[in-house]
Design a protein around this ligand. Structure first.
Ligand SMILES: *[C@@H]1O[C@H](CO)[C@@H](O)[C@H](O)[C@H]1NC(C)=O
Ligand SMILES: [Zn+2]
Length: 386
């Protein structure tokens, strides 16, 4: 509440400030910060220049339904221009006999158990104490699955830099990794992702936000895919990772940090698949929504083939706008990314970002269809093909 009243005092100063443009704003930022609330740099369109705004203006934008990336700490992020490496994306599935047993082992039991606990945290807001607790619980479940293996590791990707800026936050992202068997492909990577945070758009820090669908559903969908792969001895050729991002709802913060770190390390991401909202069946029948805007076209075509091969329901093509989930962070850096969602975007769950985003509105069998596609994605793309 405190920062809200502070920022109200500065509204007129701020609007003049924002109109001066981002470069002028950056020059003055240090002076401005000493007496005024912190400003965030928000990008909400591919061709629209980003704008500086207060945290409360940013929240108002979110409530208005505008999707954005908070690029305050990622101002120079862009695709590498010096890399000559280009990933090979297949057009057709080829490893049905390897994929089928993993899919056959999927159940909804773990998903029910995990989602029940996940939604019991007051919220999973990235910088609330609840969000910090929920990520600690979540990593324990994932570590429990990987326990006893020698080629699967689970680690925290911290967003809190020790004793550094107070704008860092406690909810870490989680990265689970299968090592590849082909050491020549060690620097390559296939990623399946979801976001672990939730938000109540009216009262982010304290408000109740079960986030059952957004994105508890994607979170448990990929845990179940991960579980089946681990328990049934998946040994990929190139490394495969499962990511649970922090801070998606605040402008793709976790995934921007992870993707930028990977780019700095020179890693070659072959493909990334985001699962954000997989539990709600829209009014127009049970389908898998495949997002077609702001995604990699070839990978998205391959995703259609994966749904045809491995899911028991058809896909529908849909659009979700700029920066609508974490795949956008990878795409921005030039990595192929794609996005599966519960239905056509217009048909999706309207209770998200409120206390009403609860389990009773969801179908676990529907989520399981997305686990199948995630397994197909991980296995098919983990192979070296020519
Ligand atoms: C899944 O696979 C595990 C490990 O192979 C096995 O113990 C379990 O019984 C399987 N469950 C189902 C439902 O197939
Ligand atoms: Zn959301």
């Amino acid at each position: 509440m405190k920062f809200l009243s502070l920022s109200l005092l500065s509204v007129s100063a701020l609007s003049a400030f924002v109109q001066a443009g981002p470069l002028a704003a950056m020059d003055q930022l240090r002076i401005f910060r000493t007496s005024e609330p912190e400003l965030r740099l928000i990008q909400y369109g591919e061709d629209t220049p980003p704008k500086w705004m207060t945290e409360s203006d940013k929240e108002a934008l979110f409530r208005a339904g505008v999707k954005y990336m908070d690029i305050t700490d990622h101002r120079n992020a862009a695709a590498s221009t010096f890399s000559s490496w280009t990933p090979y994306i297949p057009t057709k599935s080829k490893y049905q006999s390897e994929v089928t047993p993993f899919i056959g082992n999927l159940t909804t039991d773990g998903m029910v158990e995990h989602l029940t606990k996940l939604t019991s945290f007051r919220n999973r807001y990235y910088k609330s104490s609840y969000g910090a607790q929920s990520c600690r619980w979540l990593i324990k479940q994932i570590q429990g699955i990987a326990e006893g293996t020698d080629h699967v590791s689970v680690k925290e990707f911290k967003h809190k830099v020790k004793k550094k800026k107070k704008k860092d936050w406690d909810q870490f992202s989680i990265i689970a990794r299968f090592e590849g068997s082909n050491k020549d492909l060690d620097n390559e990577l296939v990623i399946v992702g979801a976001h672990q945070d939730s938000v109540n758009m009216w009262l982010p820090t304290y408000g109740r936000s079960p986030g059952a669908d957004d994105d508890g559903s994607g979170t448990v969908t990929i845990i179940e895919a991960f579980r089946s792969l681990v328990e049934n001895g998946f040994r990929p050729e190139r490394p495969v990772e499962f990511h649970w991002y922090s801070g998606e709802e605040a402008g793709l913060l976790g995934s921007q940090a992870v993707s930028e770190a990977y780019q700095e390390e020179g890693r070659h991401v072959v493909a990334m698949l985001q699962n954000d909202m997989t539990g709600y069946i829209g009014d127009n029948g049970e389908v898998i929504g495949i997002v077609t805007d702001h995604v990699d076209e070839k990978l998205t075509d391959f995703l259609k083939n994966l749904v045809d091969n491995y899911a028991d329901i058809p896909y529908t093509l849909t659009k979700c706008g700029y920066a609508c989930s974490d795949h956008a962070s990878w795409r921005k850096l030039g990595y192929p990314s794609a996005f599966t969602i519960e239905s056509a975007f217009d048909d999706s769950n309207h209770y998200i970002h409120t206390g009403g985003d609860t389990i009773d509105k969801l179908s676990f069998d529907h989520m399981k269809e997305f686990s199948k596609v995630a397994i197909g994605f991980a296995v098919e793309l983990s192979h070296l093909r020519d």
